[in-house]
Design a protein around this ligand. Structure first.
Ligand SMILES: N[C@@H](CCC(=O)N[C@@H](CS)C(=O)NCC(=O)O)C(=O)O
Length: 212
């Protein structure tokens, strides 16, 4: 293969964090936009679990976990040292997001499907973790100080999704986190990974993504 290939879905938070890391590290790749409800066979051939994002490297090896894709990109190029300090703490926060916050977020967002708890209880569950994020931001604009790091980017798409369930509530209760989110949402990095790509057609070339 001549280049790396990313299978992605625009609105998937895991794919967003992978795309942001690839953009930051300026790794060129072929973007293949897919639909979750109509996943191409090639995706399953590369990774039987069929989730996105999947990155197939130009040497044929495959990363099918968003965190692995991020770390692979940062190993190639990490000019602002996103993943150089506080590694254990950074990993702990991201794992907690993926293993606990994401589950709570789904229950809060789709509370109608989880009637065993009330909407308020689901909201309390996400609040517990949002409060921790908010407290981290007491001492800086980003999770680990005044500059963006791996954790900010890995968490942002999930916090964004959570905020949008009820933006007024989010902004009122987590002001530091709301400002953090607005900064990241408004940043060129995020905007650069959100264009609407044409759907990839099996057997054809996707969209080549290159960086100046
Ligand atoms: N642990 C995976 C999770 C990826 C994931 O669950 N992606 C969702 C889309 S947002 C997906 O592909 N869902 C389809 C499915 O679970 O079958 C990662 O970090 O890449």
């Amino acid at each position: 293969m001549k280049h790396h290939v990313l299978y992605s879905f625009r609105r998937c938070p895991y794919a967003m964090r992978a795309r942001m890391a690839l953009a930051y590290s300026k790794v060129p790749y072929e973007h293949r936009e897919i639909l979750l409800r109509d996943r191409p066979q090639t995706l399953y051939d590369l990774s039987p679990k069929g989730t996105v994002p999947v990155l197939q490297l130009d040497n044929g090896s495959v990363h099918d976990e968003s965190v692995d894709i991020m770390k692979w990109a940062l190993e190639k190029n990490d000019p602002d040292q996103w993943y150089k300090y506080n590694l254990e703490h950074q990993d702990r926060l991201v794992t907690r997001n993926d293993e606990i916050f994401k589950r709570r977020l789904d229950r809060y967002k789709y509370h109608i499907r989880y009637p065993e708890r009330s909407f308020e209880e689901h909201r309390t569950d996400v609040s517990e973790i949002l409060n921790e994020y908010n407290a981290l931001l007491d001492s800086g604009s980003y999770m680990f100080g005044e500059t963006i790091c791996f954790t900010d980017i890995a968490l942002m798409p999930f916090v964004r999704q959570c905020a949008h369930v009820d933006l007024d509530w989010f902004n009122t209760n987590f002001p530091g986190l709301a400002e953090w989110l607005n900064n990241l949402k408004g940043a060129e990095l995020f905007k650069s990974i959100m264009p609407k790509y044409d759907l990839w057609v099996e057997g054809e070339m996707g969209t080549l993504v290159t960086w100046a």
